[in-house]
Write a protein of this length. Structure first.
Length: 203
């Protein structure tokens, strides 16, 4: 069959001319081979084949390694929630139940009462290392032949009485013959300054 527009031979059943693209009508636009076109051209060969159009390129799917997986996201979320839960449980266990204002006030009162009791007993005037009174030790060392030989043994202190404490200290020191003597010193200690005043010393 021949196209009325260009005279090219079209395949049977085609709706458009492969050469020029014109619409074909089998009743009026098709001419068999050997027939003449309205312009007098004799159809004696098939028209050139039309190059096929390139097929559309499909979008390339994302690499499996770059696509997020629901399983991975769910596993990460569960692990994070588990860690947060464990941390909260440990924090609650270590801190214990929350205390009321009344309980906190009672604890503070106990701490203050202990501090006052310690001060009244005179312990605030004694060393936390060996229990000695620094002022009394310094005065005794000034009286010794060999201050470097001083060794503190024990110090006892009485509760406060009229702003003062009574103190008895036992110590060791080298005598003039090179031997070590055991001696005691009695003193009063001021409650506020913790300064000692020696009353007596002796063996």
């Amino acid at each position: 069959m021949e196209c009325n527009s260009c005279g090219a031979t079209a395949a049977a059943g085609a709706k458009f001319c492969a050469a020029c693209g014109s619409a074909l009508n089998e009743g009026s636009g098709w001419l068999p081979p050997g027939a003449a076109t309205p312009t007098g051209k004799i159809i004696d060969k098939a028209p050139p084949a039309r190059e096929p159009e390139p097929a559309p390129v499909a979008a390339r799917p994302a690499s499996p390694s770059t696509q997020p997986k629901r399983e991975d996201l769910a596993g990460t979320g569960c692990a994070l929630a588990l860690l947060l839960g464990i941390g909260y449980a440990l924090l609650s266990w270590c801190s214990g139940p929350e205390k009321t204002p009344e309980q906190l006030a009672a604890e503070q009162a106990q701490i203050e009462a202990k501090r006052v009791a310690d001060e009244n007993s005179g312990f605030h005037c004694l060393s936390g290392w060996d229990g000695s009174n620094a002022s009394l030790v310094a005065q005794i060392k000034d009286q010794l032949r060999d201050p470097g030989s001083f060794e503190h043994d024990e110090t006892r202190i009485t509760p406060e009485d009229d702003g003062k404490h009574m103190v008895m200290m036992r110590y060791r020191a080298r005598n003039g013959f090179g031997g070590m003597n055991v001696a005691t010193a009695m003193a009063t200690v001021d409650h506020r300054s913790c300064n000692a005043t020696i009353i007596s010393t002796g063996d």
